[in-house]
Design a protein around this ligand. Structure first.
Ligand SMILES: Nc1nc2c(ncn2[C@@H]2O[C@H](COP(=O)(O)OP(=O)(O)OP(=O)(O)O)[C@@H](O)[C@H]2O)c(=O)[nH]1
Ligand SMILES: [Mg+2]
Length: 478
């Protein structure tokens, strides 16, 4: 990819499919000339500009095919790739956009490979490698928490952290190497105990970074929320209501749902996958017992439980609900929220008492839940509140597992771990030495090893193979 950096590339940069607007993007020395061929009447207005310009015109990718277009010109180096770039914004018809892209290719542009625009931005010094990788994360983010983590990385947050570590290590390796260079002199540039302490400090900072990191690979997986509750509580009705579909069969008969059903739902600015299962009770019926086992097994593998209870069933002693809560106590490790359903059948007073009853049953069962919401799957009452509570609970989870929410790709995590291992070996060497010179060669080797691994995270140390792997994860056009 990098051997053709002086060639002009083209790609569709908007999402595939029909839309009001679509974008074809070019980067490279011939970008202006190629687009100029398609707009002879306005060609001069592209080239006589030093920085940025928007030109409204008609573009003719094929004979007698005239499309209204806005042409955005970004002259090098004031562009994303720091090369001449042109964006053609025109009607979002896949056929029209393909005609424009093909004409660009006929005029000499090369079809862009995945991530090639961002690879050029990195090679031309517009961003560090970690920031370039974060661009893919921002595009793939499926929730607010993921988007924030990717933005921090794109703004150079990870690079700054890594560069601080590298600076400390570069200072240390200089002192160790000075010990080697001046081994004849009676000077001790750094004592083994001091080295151990300083390297230990770097290891501590690396551990903090790794513990607070979110995996970019998790971006491809939607968070999963399981609806769980006694039979007939209205789980399937809630799945339909939250997803806006008629995905699940709902019926007055208990035991309607047997298999696990799924539907994507909108949550805040993100999405989640909602799972509907069979009602959990003590039935002896063989099929219902199997369905219950399946529900409980599924519950251990989700990010969040949405416990659905029939609020009208709380009028009596609430014994059946207490029994149900006892069943899910074993799922303590999974976060939960409670939806008290069928509130349309209750007066405001009864609703308040039902919520209080659930809260007291919960405190007796020691089951920690984020929130109890009164809802009606039938009328839609309280559903938006439940949606917000589910979204907030997922963000809380991301924040507790994500700490400062630095985003790491698996490649970066491996490189940082290898740096940590090399530093661990350096600490062992220093611990066994009376004077630094006793093991200075090996010490310098291990610290340099750590420096190289850390450098590969931000792109200070790169290989073609590494770049090919990094940018292969991108979509074409970015
Ligand atoms: N009034 C009222 N009825 C509801 C509400 N939600 C569900 N129902 C009714 O309750 C009955 C059971 O609903 P389902 O959605 O099938 O309940 P479920 O929890 O999926 O039941 P199983 O799959 O059998 O465990 C149906 O007759 C629904 O129409 C609600 O908010 N208000
Ligand atoms: Mg059901």
């Amino acid at each position: 990819m990098l051997d053709r950096i002086d060639k002009t590339i083209v790609a569709l940069s908007s999402a595939a499919g029909h839309g009001p607007l679509g974008i074809v993007r070019l980067s490279g020395p011939d970008a202006l000339a190629i687009v100029g061929e398609m707009i002879p009447q306005a060609r001069d207005r592209l080239t006589d500009v030093a920085g940025f310009r928007r030109v409204s015109t008609t573009i003719e990718p094929e004979e007698n095919l005239h499309l209204p277009a806005a042409i955005f010109v970004f002259r090098a180096p004031r562009s994303y790739t720091r090369q001449d770039m042109v964006e053609i914004h025109t009607v979002g018809s896949p056929v029209a956009l393909e005609a424009v892209r093909c004409r660009c290719i006929a005029l000499g542009a090369l079809p862009a490979q995945a991530g090639e625009f961002t690879a050029r931005a990195f090679v031309n010094g517009a961003m560090d490698l970690a920031s370039a990788e974060a661009v893919a994360g921002v595009i793939r983010a499926q929730s607010d928490a993921q988007l924030r983590a990717a933005r921090t990385m794109m703004d150079g947050g990870l690079a700054r952290g890594i560069n601080d570590l590298r600076e400390t290590l570069a200072d240390l390796v200089a002192l160790v190497e000075a010990d080697i260079d001046f081994s004849e002199e009676p000077i001790d540039f750094i004592k083994p105990s001091e080295l151990r302490a300083q390297i230990g400090d770097v290891v501590g900072r690396i551990d903090g970074l790794l513990a607070g990191a979110v995996s970019v690979e998790r971006f491809d997986v939607l968070p999963r929320i399981l609806l769980i509750g006694p039979p007939n509580a209205g789980k399937s009705s809630l799945l339909n209501r939250l997803s806006g579909t008629s995905r699940a069969i709902c019926a007055a008969a208990a035991g309607t749902t047997r298999d696990v059903l799924t539907a994507p739902i909108r949550l805040g600015r993100g999405e989640a996958l909602l799972l509907d299962t069979a009602g959990v009770d003590e039935s002896e019926d063989e099929i219902i017992a199997m369905a219950r086992e399946m529900a409980l097994c599924e519950a251990e593998r989700v990010d969040l439980l949405c416990v659905v209870l029939d609020a009208t069933g709380l009028a009596g002693d609430g014994a059946s609900i207490a029994r149900f809560l006892a069943v899910i106590e074993s799922l303590e490790s999974v976060a939960a929220v409670v939806a008290a359903n069928k509130c349309d059948l209750l007066s405001a007073d009864e609703e308040r008492r039902a919520i209080e009853r659930i809260e007291s049953l919960l405190s007796a069962s020691q089951r920690d839940v984020h929130s109890v919401c009164a809802v009606s799957a039938l009328t839609g009452e309280g559903i938006e509140t439940l949606r917000n509570v589910l979204a907030d609970s997922l963000v809380d989870l991301a924040d507790t597992t994500g700490g400062e929410s630095i985003l790491l790709a698996e490649r970066q995590r491996t490189a940082i771990t290898e740096a940590r291992d090399a530093l661990g070996r350096a600490i062992d060497l220093a611990a066994g030495a009376v004077e630094t010179i006793d093991c200075a060669d090996l010490l310098a080797f291990e610290i340099r090893e750590a420096l190289d691994h850390l450098g590969s995270v931000t792109g200070e140390v790169t290989t073609d193979d590494l770049l090919a792997r990094v940018f292969a994860r991108f979509c074409i056009g970015k």
